[in-house]
Design a protein around this ligand. Sequence first.
Ligand code: URA
Length: 250
Amino acid sequence: MRGEQETVRINRYLAQCGVASRRHAEDLIRQGRVRINGEVVAGLGARVRPGVDVVEVDGRVVVPEDERVVVLLNKPRGVVTTAQDDRGRPTVVELVDLPQRLFPVGRLDIDTEGALLLTNDGDLAFRLAHPRFGVEKVYHAVLDRPISAEDLEHLQRGVMIDSGMTSPCRARTLGDPRRVEVVLHEGKKRQVRKMFRALGYQVVELRRVAIGPIELGSLPPGKWRLLSAEEIRALRREVGLEVKPEESAA
Ligand code: URA
């Protein structure tokens, strides 16, 4: 067990982020351009808890180049879930301005918006995307017409789509019978759209609002944020990854 959370001086931390030399970092601090957790850094003695505190320079989040990070992006419609697109369409990776080489966890199709995780942590990404670990994903769909109670039942029992029968899932209407919440533990290609299509409905809007314990909340489309140490712990627990000592010492 480790005791206190390790901290580093802010100027050293900024140098590790590749932002500036330690000397130049001091200038940035004096100029009031550096914030820790939203507060302007007042003195050169300020310290940072790596992986816990959010540090910004001129309003941009900075992170040490070798740190493992997990980002929650609200993927907008029209953006593809790949690192590169040979047709030149905008990609989710281009929306996240961090020095790490991040890759998306699973996929959202081009017309779907909402919660998408990106990370440089291969183990975590693999488990989150793998159906064996059954991480719950919550979708909100808007349909072309109201769903009947019978079809809602049918959806939950499982429907036949091109890749086979879907597993039992939870579904409920959200006040209006054209708006349906679907909770899946699997992620076949365009699964939600295909499930509704199999029952004769068109999905006119689709948004993923949660992945396991991580909720999209009010993050606007196209925006991203770093997950906190606590959120990363919750995700790791969800997929049975050991909680590491440095992650449990908050
Ligand atoms: N289901 C879909 O139809 N599309 C997605 O992007 C995700 C789930």
